[in-house]
Design a protein around this ligand. Structure first.
Ligand SMILES: NC(=O)c1ccc[n+]([C@@H]2O[C@H](COP(=O)([O-])OP(=O)(O)OC[C@H]3O[C@@H](n4cnc5c(N)ncnc54)[C@H](O)[C@@H]3O)[C@@H](O)[C@H]2O)c1
Ligand SMILES: O=CCCC(=O)O
Length: 499
């Protein structure tokens, strides 16, 4: 893990950008790239070295951005049609794809995900823009048969207004486009607080949005190291909606703050996904699913399998097959083409995996693969790890690890595993593998989650509603429902029509 000179590595990577103007560290407020009085460092997880300095906004910057967005929003909605807004989005999508390699390089450097995965994320992020470009033209109202004679009732969808957007570092592009594409399509303006760890991707996407013709004051970006300042998005009365993706604790805090001005709120929060392998499953398919949904982004996705439950009769065979695949993963810097598992985002993330492994070992678990962090100072690495003999008293049964740790639990009956799977305050995603159609329908119905994967670990797509139940939040992103989060329905009753 990590035998390279970080300064060369950065220089080489950044010199490979075809368009270096995409690497921007300024705030974007009132249609202007701006310096502030403060900066913060962005650290590259593969090397633990400073990638660059980004401007840090204070409360006044957030207020300026919100006021500017508020002034621009109603004009934007009045002067454009759904078709025009869709055309802006299509142009933006095509510019992002033209610059795919550059955006992916920036994303990979600041987040640590493999360059191949980063390219995949850029395509995934763009799919939301293309999807909502089409949805912009189909933001239908309805006609309602009235109970009063000579009366017509219709509905129209109107934009909610200025939206505050706060997103996490694990998908620096897709978590932002999944929110702002439907907002733009609906006719809203946005003020974005990008993640402190990965602001560069958001700033590059913003430049391309403006290049695509999206009115500059409709997108405002306030990077910051000052969390207090970003809370302006949850309290300022001009902000009508807050959309947050991140941890459950921060989501609850934002929802409480937003209550005072009765903002609309969408929350995409933490997960603790069960991944169940029944004895009638195709085990190779199950291993493939586990590899994808456990080790993608080094285990740092909200829909990652967190607890692997395998029926006792196939547990040993499944574990051996999984270990064989995990042992082939090659940990290393994210831009090196032979790497198949990148670093975690920071030291705290490595420590959390270590804590979960230590706790499990102390309570009787066995290491089947990995189990160790990388050398200090040489990148935030942790070996992809498989644990067996895992039991419910261990931290891994309750907490989201958010790292490359696959704990294998065993179970005997369907009822038992459903009870275990649902025994968590979270309810984002759940997966299971079985060849029995009756079981598939039954288990999908009984899992208390917002998204179910049956015989697949891949459940995310622009057309599929994304969101959780229980303390994983509320609201749905992507799909035919995604624009509902950024519109309200106005009814228009026309009476005394004399028809
Ligand atoms: N459900 C989903 O769609 C989804 C997607 C990605 C990540 N997540 C969840 O996000 C978590 C990991 O991301 P994270 O560590 O970036 O989460 P986080 O909650 O720490 O941070 C998310 C965002 O909130 C900001 N933030 C953090 N603390 C804040 C505070 N006190 N005041 C104001 N802003 C604050 C961060 O800077 C970041 O922009 C995991 O729990 C993961 O499951 C959920
Ligand atoms: O981390 C959460 C989002 C990942 C996804 O959209 O699949």
């Amino acid at each position: 893990m990590g035998s390279y000179d970080p300064s060369h590595y950065h220089r080489d990577a950044l010199s490979k950008l075809s368009d270096s103007s995409l690497l921007i560290g300024d705030a974007f407020i009132d249609g202007v790239w701006q310096k502030t009085d403060n900066t913060f460092e962005v650290i590259e997880p593969s090397t633990e070295t400073v990638l660059g300095q980004v401007q840090s906004c204070d409360t006044q910057h957030f207020q300026n951005a919100i006021q500017s967005a508020n002034k621009a929003q109603s004009e934007y909605f009045k002067s454009t049609t759904g078709h025009t807004r869709g055309a802006f989005l299509k142009k933006w999508a095509s510019l992002i794809l033209e610059n795919k390699r550059d955006i992916a390089t920036i994303l990979s450097l600041e987040n640590g995900k493999l360059i191949s995965e980063a390219e995949g994320e850029v395509v995934y992020a763009t799919s939301f823009i293309s999807w909502f470009a089409e949805e912009a033209t189909r933001c239908y109202g309805v006609t309602i048969p009235s109970s009063t004679p000579n009366t017509q009732v219709t509905t129209v969808k109107e934009p909610v207004g200025v939206c505050g957007i706060i997103t996490p570092w694990n998908f620096p592009a897709a978590m932002i486009t999944r929110k702002i594409a439907p907002a733009f399509a609906a006719g809203c303006a946005v003020v974005i607080k990008p993640p402190r760890e990965t602001p560069y991707t958001c700033l590059a996407l913003t430049k391309l949005a403006v290049d695509a013709g999206i009115p500059p004051k409709i997108i405002q970006v306030c990077p910051t190291k000052n969390r207090e300042a970003s809370l302006e998005l949850a309290t300022n009365p001009l902000v009508k909606k807050i959309s947050f993706t991140g941890s459950t604790g921060v989501g609850k805090m934002l929802a409480k703050l937003a209550t005072d001005t009765l903002k609309r709120v969408s929350l995409e929060l933490g997960g603790n996904a069960p991944f169940i392998v029944f004895e009638d499953a195709n085990l190779d398919l199950a291993v493939e699913g586990a590899m994808f949904c456990k080790f993608r982004c080094s285990g740092q996705t909200c829909v990652c399998a967190n607890r692997l439950y395998v029926q006792r009769s196939v547990a040993e065979e499944f574990t051996q097959k999984l270990v064989a695949k995990v042992s082939q993963l090659k940990t290393g810097p994210s831009l090196v083409s032979t790497t198949t598992q990148g670093p975690l985002v920071n030291k705290a993330a490595v420590n959390k995996v270590q804590e979960h492994v230590d706790d499990a070992l102390a309570k009787g678990a066995k290491i089947e693969a990995g189990g160790k962090p990388g050398a200090p100072g040489q990148g935030y690495f942790f070996q992809p790890t498989v644990l067996s003999s895992v039991t419910n008293d261990m931290i891994v049964a309750k907490d989201e690890t958010f790292g490359p740790l696959a704990p294998v639990f065993t179970f005997d009956t369907e009822d038992e595993v459903i009870q275990l799977a649902n025994d968590t305050e979270f309810g984002l995603a759940g997966y299971f593998f079985s060849r029995d159609i009756n079981r598939a329908m039954r288990v999908a119905a009984r899992l208390q989650v917002g998204m179910v994967g049956v015989n697949t670990g891949k459940i995310s797509a622009a057309e599929t509603p994304f969101g959780g139940v229980k303390e994983s939040g509320y609201g749905r992103e992507g799909s035919l429902y995604g624009m509902d989060e950024y519109t309200y329905t106005k009814s228009v009753t026309v009476g005394n029509l004399d028809i």
